[in-house]
Design a protein around this ligand. Structure first.
Ligand code: GDP
Ligand code: MG
Ligand code: ZN
Length: 280
């Protein structure tokens, strides 16, 4: 039989069989036990899990395989950390994950805030507006397809959105002042919930994706993960331009406001991190 691993509990996996949708509890065996089985894995199984199909990606924290879409959630409050957003976007492009930007708490957002956010990211990713408070998330629920997960700063409303979509209080909602997200929560479990044409990963206990992704990215490759830099990059004098100075199309585009200034500044910060990492 063939199925999808939707839950892991100690050594026991819940496998949803593809054709019947029936869920079987199975252990990994021999080779698959050695190499590891993760939530999101497509597997072959009989009395136990005998084979893990090739993965398109594997996140380590939270442990999740074959992620298709990542909803990057931001809100007017807490104020968006656009550096984190940009890192998550690169993470997605590197791992063959479709990023979608979710602007939550629109019940609290000013028109200017919405307009500014759209102007920064309209060339980069699809943007969806939601209010988890009013459970206004129709645009979001239509986008659920394949294995989907949520990421973003603490208190932007990830758990609230998941609860709104699933119609039950599965994910623990925190308040703005409590320091719940990391460490304190005891459930470090990832589970997939069927929703629409896909699954929603409830990654309770993980405030955001582990961002150790950048290690194997060459500094000069970085700007190829910036769709909004694409046109300007063609104007750089040198093909290996890092867009830090000199005769650079990207810098010109920033001064003409064709590329967002903050996005460019954050690009420089990520570039610096990559260069420093390379030194060791
Ligand atoms: N006004 C408003 N508050 C929200 C919205 N979504 C979440 N919140 C509140 O923001 C706080 C953090 O929400 P939570 O879902 O725990 O955020 P998470 O840390 O990203 O999972 C809670 O007090 C929620 O009630 C929203 O759309 N509008
Ligand atoms: Mg949460
Ligand atoms: Zn350049």
């Amino acid at each position: 039989m063939e199925g999808l691993v939707i839950k892991k509990n100690a050594n026991l996996f819940s496998v949803e069989e593809f054709s019947s949708g029936q869920v079987f509890l199975r252990h990994a065996s021999g080779k698959t036990e050695e190499s590891g089985v993760y939530v999101g894995d497509r597997v072959q199984f009989d009395e136990s899990i005998t084979k893990v199909e090739e993965r398109k990606n594997l996140l380590i924290r939270p442990p999740l395989a074959n992620l298709d879409k990542l909803f990057i959630v931001i809100s007017p409050l807490p104020k968006p950390d656009f550096l984190l957003v940009d890192k998550l976007l690169i993470y997605c492009y590197l791992n063959d994950i479709e990023p979608i930007l979710v602007l939550n708490k629109i019940d609290k957002a000013s028109e200017t805030f919405v307009k500014n956010t759209k102007s920064i990211y309209n060339k980069v990713a699809e943007i969806i507006l939601t209010s988890a408070k009013e459970c206004s998330a129709a645009a979001l629920s239509q986008k659920i397809e394949g294995v989907c997960a949520f990421a973003g700063q603490s208190a932007v409303g990830k758990s609230s959105l998941i609860n709104c979509l699933l119609g039950q209080n599965l994910a623990k909602v925190g308040n703005m002042s409590s320091k719940i997200d990391r460490g304190k929560q005891t459930t470090r479990m990832v589970q997939l919930f069927k929703f629409g044409k896909g699954y929603i990963a409830d990654t309770a206990g993980f405030s955001m994706l582990s961002l150790s992704f950048v290690t194997d990215l060459e500094p000069r490759e970085l700007s190829s993960y910036y769709p909004d830099f694409l046109k300007a990059r063609a104007e750089c004098k040198y093909r290996s331009c890092l867009h830090e100075g000199g005769d650079c199309g990207v810098i010109k585009a920033v001064s003409k406001k064709e590329i967002n200034e903050e996005r460019y500044q954050n690009y420089l910060k990520i570039l610096k991190e990559l260069k420093e990492r390379k030194k060791y």
